[in-house]
Design a protein around this ligand. Sequence first.
Ligand SMILES: [Zn+2]
Ligand SMILES: [Zn+2]
Length: 1006
Amino acid sequence: MSTEKKTQRQNFFLLLDINPNEEWDPDKFVKVLKAKQVEWSRQKSLSVGQKASQAQRNLELIPQIRKVMEDDTLRAQERDEALKELASQQAARVEVFEKRLEFFNAKESASQTEIDKFIKEFQDLYPEQEIRNRITVTIRAEQQVTRQALEPSRAKAIAGKLNDLNMSSLYELLGCPETTSTRILQQKAEQLYRDVSKIATKTQEVTLKSDLAGSAKDIFSSEDKRKQYDESLRQLKFASLFKVLEEQINQSVEKEITYNQTELFLNEAQQAGWDRQEALFQLKEQAKAHKWLVHVRPAEEKSQKVRCGGCHTLNEADQKFCTQCRQPLFIQCPECNETIRPEANACGHCGFPVGNRYLVEIHLQELQDLFKKRDTQKAQQLLDEMKTLWQPKKADRYSQEIKRFQSELQRLHAELRKVEAHVQQLLNQKKYITAKQYLEGPAAAILPNRAQKLNEIQGELSKVRSLFQRATVATLPNNEKIALCRQALALCPDYQEARDLLRTIPPMAPTNLQAKTRGGIVSLSWQPSSTEGVMYVIVRKSLTQPHSSRDGTVLDTVPGLHYEDSRPETGVPLYYAIFAECEGVPSANGALLEQPLLLLQDVTQAFAEVGNQQVKLSWVPPKNVASVLLVRKQNVPPTSASDGEVIGECVPAQTSFIDRDVQNNQTYYYALYARFKDQHGRLATAPGVRVKAIPEPPPAPIHSLEMHMRPGSTSAEREVELRWTPPAKGKAIILKSTHTLQHYEKKVIAESTLYTLGQLLEDQPDSVVDPKVAPGVTYYLPVVLFHKMAYIGTEHRLATVDDVQNVRWQNMNTALRLQWKWPANCQEVIVSSHQLRWPELDDEYSSHTKVSRSEYDRLGYFELRCDKDTDYYLRITALVTQGTEEIPAQGVRLHVHPTDLLTLTYEIKRPTLWRRTPHLHIAADRAGTLPTLRLIGTRDRLPVHKTDGTMICRIEPTSINGRGLTFPLPIKEVAPGTYCKLFLEDDALYQEIDICHPHEDKLRIN
Ligand SMILES: [Zn+2]
Ligand SMILES: [Zn+2]
């Protein structure tokens, strides 16, 4: 005890083990004292020495104990003393704890059991957590966790085979960092196995690899097996490290492991995947067995080195990037953002295979190289592989990089395909020179098989070159030179040197060109060139001879000795020439025609229009004509230009001629001769065209036409009967068209031209029926045919537009509500009205309102303001727009006489004290006459129309005045819950009477 005692005796509270803080309990005190007395007595008799004498002293104290403890004042003093003493005891214990803690924390490490023991020891002083918080010693693994390793012989066999390949682990064999996920490792193992199996020559290396790939396939087939392998690997590494150390120590005099040696050893062990503390423990165990002393730097116990998962370099814990490989040491998990330690295979939080990042990094590097080498195939393979390697839900640095490579690869593929296609096209065309230049250029640099293609091209070119070399021998005859050059060009069309040589040796010209004409076609034939295998260029030129193959029009290039020009120019001297051509090189001369050809052509559309004492000739002159000679002969046609009387020679621009030197009813024949100039300026005459004419007064055209329309065979069509006064001579027909032919009105044209203008209707001399008149506008032209001439009269226009249908009207007091059904394709009507007579459309004394369909559809009707007691004559005319024209229908007529509306109100009066039955009461807004009325009843609802229910009563026509009318209603037959409504018996009378229905409460009969 550290405090100075006031009394020699022990404090009584403490002696009796009574808590001084507890409330005093005299009974308890008696019991405790008694028990102590028994205890001390026993100790006194059974114990020896100090204990016995202490017991004796205690027994002697009993009377004093009683005295003090049973006296309140003395006991209070004793209690204070006890408390003081307890406090000093506590302080001493704290002192002890602090000392012990210092020692404890100074230990190298402590096992969990040691820590627990320490805590328990001072549990009286502090709560467990408080003590635990103050313990800073490194917790050592309790006992070495016995991890399961591979069966040693198997592990050794694998290590041996790896060693033969100069490799340290299966990871190295597969080219994957140790943090790579097991699934990927297995894939890689399978791939390696497949790859190795394909190798035909089984060298020792191949066999070893195959064996190891097999083992890897098995080991990486499950996480457990992989763990076993990892453990074997760790053990082996430790063993080999220790072996080195052992040799070192064995050579030294002091059997000690120095600070530095320890640290070195631990560094290497950590690099090999060992936990530092665990390695230290193992080292100490081994050293113990060897009786070596291990020096451990105090700081070593807390050394926090971090091993890079990629290159295994040890880095300081606070470093962000590996000093060796520059990769980030700690990353955020791309799935869950957890901070990941560099050695972790998977995220401890979400399981994402973060360890794969080192392999991703390696592959990205490989991709870079593959892209540089343009090895798209391998790059694609690798990218496909990488798809399973790193697939975070949201994109991160690696996945973006992978994506970037993928799109770059696609771009490269597209480019490659383009380049390949271009090269292939050149090769297909055998353009080896161009292909070679292209392949040697920068664009083709991405082709993986560029060198191979160039080699192939070189092979082809050397063949071509040797052919060409032979052609350059000066003594060789030209024909042979040409043949050799052409062989060279057949092999390689862009071999320019051969082409250049050919240009110096043009082919020989063909000879003996002959020309024949028949039916406007020129047939050419010639003798071949003495140069073999040439093509012939056909050249045509008017007026002069062609001098070269480019002088004139090139008609064609043919291999044969015959050509037909089916569209030669007429009316001018035509020259032809044939040139031989060899590989684009034309002969110096051509085969020529001695005399040109002159193709003659007659005038066309020759026509004679007869008149009174005159004949009008008209024609269309042919191209290149010099003049048109007109010859006339009576009764028989002229046989030649000199047979008959020449009445005129017309210049090319003239296209008609009026011969007035003729008699009516005499037959004349006219011949029209086109004349052309030959190469000497002499006129050549075409065979001629002949027309016959008998002059007489022409018929009078028809100007008046009667048209009668009637319904046709279908509802959309009608038929029209057309009538006219028959002409004195000639035959009348009708020309029908959907567009106006006003231009031809009162003209005389050839009958044949009529067919091109429209449809011809002909039947009776004075009438015809058009059976099909479509809606819209139709134009009819009366025509008199006479001597193949058409004498056209005045045009008539017929508009057929459907009328509106189903017109109804309703008196709205101040307006007439009109409703009708619109005809199809009609968008507008005109409502015309007059109070005295039927209105016409062009009648300015009537009122006209245009109503558009959209306007009508908005309301569903059209309302015309009106006065009462006035007659209205209405006409509703549908309009159809055709082009810019508005065509009216016939119009629908309607006569109305709106009167003042009589407005009725009514209600059903329920039975009262005075009236035993219900009554119908009707009131009118003025005096008037009621037509027949019906009261209709329906159960549980209101009737909708006059037949919707049973008739409760019928009211005969009667007059009504301002007081109204009351009718008793039969009730016996009426079902309960019946509602009634009043209707007019004659619906047409709603135009005069308006019934206002009351609220349904006033319509219930019972
Ligand atoms: Zn590294
Ligand atoms: Zn995670």
